[in-house]
Unconditional design. Structure first.
Ligand code: EPU
Length: 425
């Protein structure tokens, strides 16, 4: 298995580019099941999760071609151009267990083909992550939902509009219901909807396909169902979590780094916390610049649904807090087990104590390089960020976690001055 080896201490400088957003690409790939022809997605990030989603779509009978620009022809149009049903309506356990976003085919499959069979994802490293809200919404739209043999089987001749109030603003839940409602008969309202930019992007692309959605990116989304959708061409927005991770990397190394293509309007909470810690962040044409100068101070962070502070940035900020002056308190409210980076950061010399969902971090003068590993994507990113500033050598194992969500992170960081390399196993 590959590992990332870092010699800490180099300041990042110059520019670092941001790739297309993973969490926008995944629902957009699933949405390509909806129209009656081939859609084209540009600026697709080259990530393990994207390859897994492409594999799932192929299994469902789609033709998927390309890399950075992907063409996805749903079963209805592939090969001969004749309308056909997919041979399988199934997202199997082998795929969903490695990538929970596989559940995103549920909404489009039921809406377009009347049936979906999707493996229940089960628990994962960061928490239980049930999909009850996705299923509740589909049932409200008239679908029959059966749970058997670890799979959820959802059928509906044609979904009908419904008024759905989500218990929590679930991101993929909102996306699944949005993709289901666009082809339903009548009007759907989703209340307490997730407001993440990736949800707004999905609503925008569905509208480009001919859907009638208002309120994407707000807590109340209204959808009037249509009979058919047209294929689209769309370039995926830049990844705000990758951008945020590079801002933290620039700050922790006290560098001077332009994070190219970062969208400041999607990073308000992250930029506010960096500034609050004494880091200079400026918005420039073409991106966001971070300059880490003198002493950084501790920070108090509570993760929240967007536009609050993202859970996907919590681990990286923990690395920053580990070397900031004074005490920081970080509270994780979205997922139950999202402190897996803590014992690894402690092995690098961090002073962190956790009590349930709360971590108290007392800044230390220096971290020291160590061999570390984590069991989820953002935790792995936090260990790389910590390694950039730790004394000596840090080896981050299980790089496949990182490859799920960061496109050749080590190459981008090396070009910005980090002493970092991937060692092939
Ligand atoms: N939840 C339920 N029932 C549901 C749905 C969610 O109880 O039916 C709970 C979850 O267990 C969790 C909370 O609601 O405690 C929020 O989960 P949400 O459904 O919003 O998360 P998700 O859609 O599974 C997406 C991202 C995650 C990101 C979260 C939160 C994608 C593909 N994944 O997951 O991204 O952390 O939203 O912002 O969009 C990552 O990129 O590293 C990642 C984990």
């Amino acid at each position: 298995m590959d590992k990332i080896v870092i010699e800490g201490g180099a300041r990042l400088h110059g520019e670092i580019p941001v790739s297309g957003a993973k969490n926008a690409a995944l629902p957009l790939l699933a949405a390509a099941l909806l129209p009656g022809g081939a859609s084209v997605l540009e600026n697709v990030p080259q990530l393990q999760d994207v390859s897994t989603m492409a594999r799932l779509l192929r299994r469902l009978g789609c033709e998927v071609d390309g890399r950075r620009t992907l063409t996805i022809a749903p079963p209805a149009t592939s090969a001969t151009g004749a309308r056909k049903q997919p041979k399988l309506f199934e997202a199997p356990y082998e795929l969903v267990k490695t990538m929970r976003a596989g559940v995103l085919v549920l909404g489009p499959l039921v809406a377009r083909y009347g049936r979906a069979r999707v493996s229940l994802p089960g628990g994962c490293a960061i928490g239980a992550r049930p999909i009850d809200q996705h299923l509740k919404g589909l049932e409200a739209m008239g679908a029959r939902v059966k749970l058997e043999h670890g799979y959820v089987d959802v059928q509906a001749k044609r979904l009908r509009g419904a008024h759905i109030v989500l218990d929590m603003p679930t991101v993929t839940g909102t996306e699944n219901l949005l993709m289901a409602a666009v082809l339903a008969r009548g009007h759907t309202v989703i209340e307490n909807a997730a407001r993440e930019p990736e949800v707004e992007e999905l609503a925008l692309v569905l509208n480009k396909m001919g859907a009638r959605i208002t309120g994407g990116g707000t807590p109340i989304i209204q959808i009037t169902g249509v009979d058919d959708l047209d294929p689209v061409e769309h370039a995926i927005l830049p990844d705000r979590i990758e951008a945020g991770t590079f801002l933290v990397a620039g700050a922790i190394t006290r560098g001077d780094l332009l994070v190219r293509d970062a969208r400041p309007e999607h990073l308000d909470a992250v930029i506010a916390k960096l500034r609050g810690a004494g880091v200079s962040v400026t918005v420039e044409q073409g991106g966001v610049r971070v300059r880490g100068g003198g002493g950084m101070t501790g920070m108090d962070i509570t993760t929240q649904p967007y536009p609050g502070f993202p859970t996907d940035m919590q681990a990286q900020f923990m690395a920053l807090a580990a070397v900031a002056g004074g005490q920081s308190v970080i509270k994780e409210t979205i997922f139950e087990h999202r402190f897996m980076h803590v014992p690894e950061l402690v092995r690098m010399g961090a002073d962190i104590h956790t009590d349930g969902h709360v971590a108290v971090i007392r800044g230390v003068r220096k971290l020291s390089g160590a061999t570390v590993m984590a069991t989820d994507l953002r935790a792995s990113a936090s260990l790389v960020v910590a390694g950039l500033v730790a004394g000596g050598t840090t080896e981050v194992l299980r790089v496949y976690h990182l490859d799920r969500g960061y496109e050749r992170m080590e190459l981008k960081l090396r070009k910005a001055g980090a002493r970092i390399k991937r060692v092939k196993a």
